[in-house]
Design a protein around this ligand. Structure first.
Ligand SMILES: *Cc1c(COP(=O)(O)O)cnc(C)c1O
Length: 412
């Protein structure tokens, strides 16, 4: 299968995207399932030197049920952060043991629901660990460790650390062990997710080293989960995680670890962005061109209600005018129709934009639709999946009924 895939060069073309915009209207999300498959296989291949490797798709990136089903069919597991994501995963056909529930700051009641659904659980705080151990001493769990990695490899607790609310501190392991002993609870795996882009392989390896060291104290674990942090390029020259050197280093170190540990365990990664980001295209129509004293604005039929990353994270998303690809390059600030400033791209060089043109925002597969809202009482867009060269609608555009669905009108 892999050879065959490598030889395929199917990519979504501009003409195809324009056809889809015409057929389904804008704003529109389009996902190319082939790209997801390619990324999944790229990751599996990179770590093929490891006997037991599992990729768990971190589904908060894109929870459309069809995306989940597609990844399930490829053989992926699932990383979930809410009980609703767990339920979606089960609905998509994932075996409960292929789903890991890694919540943060949820109530013990939510964790209990996950136990009832039979999924794997990964806890990240001592209070819940203690409560859990008292209720379910026989339900082995994973532990999310916060390795406190700083760039440069100093193991330091840093109050200002971006991930400080996540994980059980590496320094609290003695307390954690006491809780395990008191409750009889067993650990099946160790986990870390630093959340940062792994552009610096060294600090990632420092984290790995801490997990290996911690694991020695727990002789019966089944897996080590290195989380994610795989970065994909957002522009042509953007940096991305160097998967080749990362996998080489990790494979070597993991093998050495298994030898000294005494048995083969499973290595897990849980990428979200890496698998789905580049598969997505967000298509919008240009409503107005507006010249001000300093700027030419292109105002489109969407806003941060549909696509919030540029406004929320200052994320850069490449914007292309796909309906006038050969026009002269000019500078535009592309903005949305929300009554607040919502800028998709500031001062961008784009081929001439006319009213009615269709713009395409790239890298729209991860954290785009899944972060959308109904702000300004706008409908959320529909989603299209391209599967084996055919387009399928996988989510209908909303209507006024959706906006009013849970409203209870009272006599006023
Ligand atoms: C969000 C998340 C991921 C995925 O992160 P990406 O940057 O999208 O790859 C993985 N693991 C956990 C626990 C997460 O919360």
């Amino acid at each position: 299968m892999m050879k065959e895939l490598e030889n395929m060069i199917y990519t979504v073309h501009k003409e195809h995207l324009i056809q889809l915009a015409k057929k389904y209207g804008t704003p529109l999300y389009v996902y190319d399932s082939f790209k997801i498959k390619k990324q999944y296989i790229k990751m599996i291949k990179a770590f093929s030197g490891i006997k037991n490797i599992i990729i768990n798709y971190a589904c908060k990136a894109n929870t459309n049920l069809n995306i989940l089903k597609f990844l399930q069919k490829l053989g992926s597991g699932l990383d979930t952060v809410s009980i609703q994501e767990v339920e979606l995963g089960l609905k998509a056909g994932f075996h409960p043991k292929k789903i890991i529930f890694t919540p943060n700051c949820v109530s013990i009641q939510e964790v209990k629901k996950a136990v009832n659904l039979g999924v794997r659980i990964n806890l990240d705080n001592l209070s819940v660990l203690e409560q859990f151990g008292e209720c379910y001493p026989d339900y082995s769990i994973g532990i999310r460790i916060n390795p406190h990695i700083m760039a440069g490899g100093n193991y330091k607790i840093s109050v200002g650390h971006i991930d400080s609310k996540f994980g059980i501190s590496y320094y609290q392991i003695p307390h954690m062990k006491r809780i395990l002993k008191n409750t009889g609870l067993k650990i099946e795996g160790l986990h870390m997710h630093t959340g940062s882009d792994i552009s610096d392989i060294k600090s990632f390896l420092e984290g790995a080293k801490i997990l290996f060291k911690t694991a020695i104290d727990f002789p019966n674990i089944d897996y080590i989960d290195f989380g994610s942090g795989f970065k994909v390029p957002y522009t042509k020259n953007d940096i991305k995680t160097d998967l080749t050197s990362l996998s080489k280093e990790i494979t070597e170190k993991f093998k050495d670890f298994c030898t000294s540990y005494g048995h083969q365990i499973t290595l897990i990664f849980e990428p979200g962005k890496f698998l789905v980001s580049e598969s997505g295209y967000f298509l919008v129509s240009v409503n107005v061109i507006k010249h001000t004293t300093s700027t030419v604005f292109a105002g489109v039929d969407s806003g941060f209600n549909h696509f919030i990353r540029p406004m929320f994270y200052d994320a850069y998303h490449y914007i292309e005018n796909i309906s006038n690809p050969n026009g002269r390059f000019r500078f535009y600030t592309v903005v949305g129709y929300i009554c607040e400033s919502d800028t998709f791209g500031f001062n961008r060089k784009i081929t001439e934009i006319r009213e009615g043109d269709i713009l395409c925002l790239k890298n729209a597969g991860a954290y785009c639709f899944s972060m959308s809202s109904n702000y300004n009482s706008r409908y959320r867009p529909s989603e299209i999946m391209i599967l084996n060269g055919k387009d399928f609608i996988i989510r209908k555009r909303e209507t006024m009924q959706d906006i009013l669905r849970n409203i209870v009108e009272i006599d006023i």
